[in-house]
Design a protein around this ligand. Structure first.
Ligand code: URA
Length: 231
């Protein structure tokens, strides 16, 4: 349950002060009754109507962002642009990115306020696959597939089995099921190559929507939310 005024503010009908005023003026009804008190509690099953418009309140928000370069995967930074700076209309929803992409990595990043799901998806136990498209400098060898599959030592950890798919022309897909710092770049360094372009195209069973330009975002569909939860 959530306070009516808080929910309306979450839905973008104004600041807490402004929506309290709308409630007092009788513009809002809950389950068929005009309400004048802002501290009543509502939930997703309440029928809320404001200015004759029915509200579909969802507690959790799930957004797919096509991350551009020069933006960091953080919720706040004093100097640099964050992924949250790119999202408008959800300022009061406490969104955060599920995991991180490097500042120069592009592509699929999911933002949510569903802490429990994020925790589950990021847990090393869950082995959620992340697929990247990359370009690199260096010489391709046929044993890359095997090396990535078997795993190898990078500093203090041994990489879990990963999938290397050669696309020719110094381009490849790599799918990893963990998310260590600079992992793809460091795995490519291990085989003597340098990543020059990195883009995430899939997270679990969610695929980057190609119609989103860099920096654009959209809500996940109901089907995508379901499949994200089933990862
Ligand atoms: N691997 C990297 O090296 N960087 C990323 O941003 C993601 C995976």
């Amino acid at each position: 349950m959530i306070r009516l005024d808080k929910m309306l503010a979450h839905m973008g009908y104004g600041s807490r002060k402004e929506v309290k005023e709308l409630i007092r003026k009788g513009f809002v009804s809950v389950d068929g009754e005009i309400v004048k008190s802002d501290d009543i509690k509502v939930d997703e099953s309440s029928e809320i109507i404001i200015f004759d418009e029915k509200i579909n309140y969802e507690e959790f928000v799930y957004i797919m962002l096509n991350k551009p370069a020069d933006v960091i995967s953080a919720t706040y930074d004093g100097n640099l642009t964050t992924v949250l700076d790119l999202i408008s209309g959800y300022e009061s929803r406490n969104l955060f990115p599920i995991g991180r992409l490097d500042i120069d990595t592009l592509g699929l990043l999911i933002l949510t306020n569903d802490g429990q799901l994020a925790h589950k998806l990021l847990s090393p136990k869950n082995h959620v696959g992340k697929k990247y498209y990359l370009k690199y400098d260096g010489k391709y060898r046929d044993d890359f597939v095997d090396i990535f599959k078997k795993g190898f030592q990078i500093d203090d950890y041994f990489t879990k089995p990963a999938i290397f798919e050669d696309l020719g022309n110094n381009e490849a897909y790599i799918t990893i099921c963990e998310g260590k710092f600079h992992q793809v770049k460091r795995m490519m360094e291990h085989v003597g190559c340098k990543v020059t372009y990195l883009e995430r195209i899939q997270f679990g069973n969610i695929v980057l929507d190609n119609s989103l330009k860099r920096g654009e975002y959209r809500l996940l569909t109901k089907e995508e939310i379901e499949s994200l939860k089933n990862n």
